[in-house]
Design a protein around this ligand. Sequence first.
Ligand SMILES: N[C@@H](CCC(=O)N[C@@H](CS)C(=O)NCC(=O)O)C(=O)O
Length: 107
Amino acid sequence: MPTSALNPRIVERPQEEQQRIDRETANLALYYHEGCVHCIRVLRAIERLHLKIDFRNIREVPAYRDQLVEQGGSSTVPCLQIHEESGDVNWLYDSHRIIDYLEQRFA
Ligand SMILES: N[C@@H](CCC(=O)N[C@@H](CS)C(=O)NCC(=O)O)C(=O)O
């Protein structure tokens, strides 16, 4: 049974489109931890939009927290790391801004 039959809000795409989007989301990573309500909101949006994004738990892996602080500039989660096509790396903080970004790009 497709996931969308259980939850009609979950986005479903033709296989080729999903594969194209999977290639795009390979350039994204979400820094989070499970005790954070703002992170849960982003995780739910990712599930609903049916996106494959690398999840980096900063409490389980200290190196992820170090990357977030040293490269992103703050230890606040959630944060979406975006590898742009230009080669630049952007760090997008704030659950609302992250969800807006994902919806504009993938909804
Ligand atoms: N307005 C932000 C709030 C994010 C926030 O408060 N995150 C907390 C965890 S729930 C945090 O990382 N606090 C520790 C810190 O800022 O270093 C959002 O919606 O994402």
